[in-house]
Design a protein around this ligand. Structure first.
Ligand SMILES: C[S@@+](CC[C@H](N)C(=O)[O-])C[C@H]1O[C@@H](n2cnc3c(N)ncnc32)[C@H](O)[C@@H]1O
Length: 263
């Protein structure tokens, strides 16, 4: 068995992640839009979800694939999966409690989807090989993640790595390594592309923004009381990522990339 790493998505890390998603359901609306645009799930399709966590994308994917579709989630954290199960139940949804490195498919999938999870995979070469194997000929993979050199990588390697209750020692992709992983797995390079995802997370106030990011990344190790912690998160977000007031909302830049490949 390949050693997998759920990067401590247990205990406080998992419960605060769930609180963030429940408390601010509209913050990540653009992430669902990115899924709809790039994965574009269709009726009757079989979709493989990698690191779906507590199920943020499960409902829109299940709605899109309909009664005859199938969504299989590969997720190593039992606590994240327990929260997913509280959020969504469907006869078309199955979950496996394991890392993608340890997944052996027994059926072929039309599409594979991952958001904000691939950097947690300890063996990205094996992970990519397993995704490739799971796809049917002509199948599509969409991996949205933090990439090296971005302000988002700075945010994670700075404040999150210092203050996250479980630590944050991860492997962000470079464009070059992402393409090499696709090549090694068997993808035809002419059918591999990397696109910018200029995500914005949206909030009614700066305090909400700070509270959401604090909880999502379980930054409990920031010194001081609760107010100090939230203020420190807001300060870091402004300095590293940029926050802009648009109308009545505060928009936090969340620059990711999508690695898209066809088998
Ligand atoms: C930051 S969360 C993202 C969850 C969800 N995709 C979202 O956007 O809200 C990362 C998830 O990846 C999972 N993960 C960690 N290692 C993994 C692996 N080797 N294979 C699949 N998922 C993994 C974690 O347990 C966690 O739930």
């Amino acid at each position: 068995m390949v050693t997998t790493n759920n990067q401590g998505f247990t205990g406080t890390r998992s419960s605060l992640y769930e609180e963030a998603i429940v408390q601010y359901p509209s913050a990540r609306i653009m992430d669902v839009q990115a899924m709809t645009k790039h994965l574009n799930p269709q009726k009757n399709e079989k979709v493989l979800g990698i690191g779906e966590g507590n199920g943020f994308f499960a409902l829109p994917i299940l709605e899109a694939i309909g009664e005859k579709g199938y969504y299989l989630v590969i997720e190593p954290s039992p606590e994240q999966l327990a929260n997913l199960a509280r959020r969504v139940t469907s006869p078309n949804l199955e979950t496996l409690t394991k890392g993608i490195e340890d997944f052996t498919p027994t059926t072929y999938f039309d599409k594979a989807w991952s958001f904000g999870a691939f950097h947690h995979c300890p063996n990205q070469t094996q992970a990519m090989k397993n995704i490739y194997t799971a796809l049917t000929k002509g199948g599509k993979m969409v991996i949205c993640d933090v990439f090296q050199g971005s302000n988002l990588a700075k945010h994670f390697d700075g404040p999150v790595a210092r203050y996250c209750t479980s630590g944050h020692e991860v492997k962000f992709l470079s464009d070059e390594f992402a393409k090499s992983l696709c090549y090694l797995a068997g993808f035809d390079e002419s059918k591999v592309k990397i696109v910018d995802l200029l995500q914005k997370w949206k909030f009614d106030s700066e305090k909400d923004l700070g509270d959401f990011v604090y909880k999502l990344h379980a930054m409990t190790l920031i010194p001081g009381n609760e107010q100090d912690k939230i203020e420190e998160v807001i300060k870091g977000c402004k300095e590293i990522l940029g926050v802009k007031k648009v109308g009545n909302q505060y928009e936090l830049n969340w620059p990711m990339k999508a690695l898209i490949a066809e088998k």
